[in-house]
Every structure is written in C-alpha cells, then in structure tokens.
Design a protein around this ligand. Structure first.
Ligand SMILES: C[S@@+](CC[C@H](N)C(=O)[O-])C[C@H]1O[C@@H](n2cnc3c(N)ncnc32)[C@H](O)[C@@H]1O
Length: 276
C-alpha cells in the first residue's frame, strides 16, 4: 500500500513536470481514476509500470493530457455560441412550439446545462406561455453527481455578470455558490453512455454535444451523429464544440446554420440514406 503511494507520488511529480498540469489542484481520487484509465489502455499494471511506459513513449503524453483534462468545462464556454443560442436558436424554436426540449450530452460538472438553463429561464420568465426542460447526461457519475448538486466555486462563476449571479445563485456560508431551485428545476441529470447508440430522449429540439468527441474514433463520431439525428425533431438543432467537425459520411444528415459556431439543423434523410 505504502509502496503504491510512493509510486503514485513519483508518477504525479513526473506528470506535473512533463505536462505542466498541477495535479495537486485536483482531488487525489480524480487523478488516480485518470491514471488508472491510461494504465488500462497501455496495459500497465502498477503506477511504476505506467511511469516507465510514459518515459519510454512520448506519444503517450497527449492521451494522458486529454485524460487529465477530460471533464474540463466552464459556464458559457465560447460565449459567442451561447449568445447565438439566446438570440437566434431558442427564439427560432419557440416560434414553432411553446414547450422545448434540450439534450446536453457530455454535460460534465454542469456548467454547460446551467448556462443553458440561465438562458432558458430568462426567456420563459418573461413569456408565461413558454416552457422547456434540459436533459443533461454524462458517462461519468462522479461529475454528474457534482452537476446535480449545482454547487460551484467562486472562480467557476467569475465570468457571469453580477446580475446573473444574484438572480440565479445563492452564496452559501462556505463561500460556494449554489444554483437556485428555479435553475435546478429545469434540468434532469441522467447517466448515459453516448456509445450505446440509444438516445435518452426523442423529439428533442436542440442537442448540444460540445468538446466530448475528441477521443472518439471516426466511426464512433459518425454513429453518434446518426444517434443525434434520430433523437432530433424535424429541423431540430445540433451544436458541436468549436473544434469538432461532422464526418463526410454523415454531413448529409445536417445543414449548417452557422459554420463558425458549429451550429447545424437536422435534414430529413435522402432516399438513398433511407434505403441504406
Ligand atoms: C471536456 S468535457 C465537456 C463538457 C462540456 N460539454 C463543455 O463543452 O464544456 C467532456 C465530457 O464528456 C464526457 N464523456 C466522455 N465520453 C462519454 C461518453 N461515451 N458518453 C457520455 N459522456 C461522455 C466526459 O465524462 C466529460 O464529462
């Protein structure tokens, strides 16, 4: 046990120097889970094994960096995308129907679904005939539990306006900020693996799946796009991360609405796709 703790600390120190990632900023349990996932992928049985592997294989640096930062998220990540959701996407959907359904896939610790909830709440609060809900899913139940609790550090909400903080969060005695019940009521958090191909809901008006698929193979990404296509209502919206892209095999399924912001709408399948 002690030996394993020493090995873990040696590995951690090496990674901190190698990748310039401050592992001690994170809970030890989180770092261990990430190391273990890379150890499984590289057939390393101990921390010492993995340290040797890492030293011998510079190509392992990037997967490890990705594994360590996999849950990284923030409120209104890429603000211009959320401005577009607020000013164009949600108003366009609300023109079609009064109750809307949003699926936030790969929601991590909740910053993305709560950002969507802030926008949604501000619209429905001033239009009593409108309503909506957000299904937020993630494969990682630890981050999902955090998201459900809706409690954030001051630095997480630092980019929100004072008005947004006052309106949507309560400062707790421990200095943390908790999302108010009206935001929590708009979101249902559920564990879900995007690789299953079965969406957690259908007839969805908007899917956001941002910064999730960077570790997926091309085939997995294509299958995921087909899953999203099947979950969306006709003309429904699909928003990807700004650095993600639609594969050739599936680009016919969606029409670009805003190419720079990776906003698409669902196209009905062509005759050849229907018979495929
Ligand atoms: C980098 S975070 C992105 C969070 C947020 N969407 C954003 O853009 O800020 C990626 C999230 O995708 C989740 N994820 C990775 N693979 C997944 C899968 N197969 N099914 C569901 N979620 C997955 C991870 O657990 C992580 O919380």
């Amino acid at each position: 046990m002690e030996e394993s703790a020493t090995e873990f600390n040696l590995l951690k120190r090496h990674v901190e120097q190698l990748l310039k990632i401050q592992c001690s900023n994170y809970k030890e349990d989180y770092i261990k889970r990430r190391f273990l996932s890379r150890m499984r992928s590289t057939n390393s049985t101990t921390y010492a094994d993995y340290l040797r592997y890492l030293k011998a294989h510079p190509a392992e640096n990037e997967p490890l960096r990705n594994a360590l930062t996999i849950n990284v998220t923030e409120f209104f990540r890429d603000k211009e995308v959320f401005d577009e959701i607020k000013n164009t996407v949600l108003p366009a959907i609300f023109q079609q129907r009064k109750r809307i359904s949003i699926w936030c896939a790969g929601s991590s610790t909740g910053e993305e679904p709560y950002s969507l909830a802030i926008i949604l709440y501000d619209i429905i609060a001033s239009h009593k005939d409108l309503s909506g809900h957000i299904i937020a899913t993630d494969i990682d139940e630890v981050v999902l539990a955090k998201a459900k609790a809706g409690i954030f550090e001051e630095k997480a909400i630092s980019k929100l306006s004072t008005l947004q903080v006052q309106r949507h969060f309560t400062k707790r005695p421990d200095g943390m900020y908790e999302a108010k019940q009206h935001l929590k009521d708009l979101i249902r958090f559920r564990p879900h693996d995007l690789m299953t191909g079965v969406p957690p809901a259908r007839y969805v008006d908007l899917i956001t799946c941002r910064n999730v698929t960077i570790y997926f193979t091309e085939k997995q990404k294509d299958d995921l796009a087909r899953t999203f296509h099947s979950a969306l209502i006709a003309d429904g919206y699909y928003i990807m991360g700004k650095t993600e892209y639609l594969g050739r095999q599936v680009e016919d399924l969606f029409a670009p609405k805003n190419t720079a912001l990776k906003i698409f709408t669902k196209k009905e399948k062509t005759a050849s796709q229907k018979t495929a």
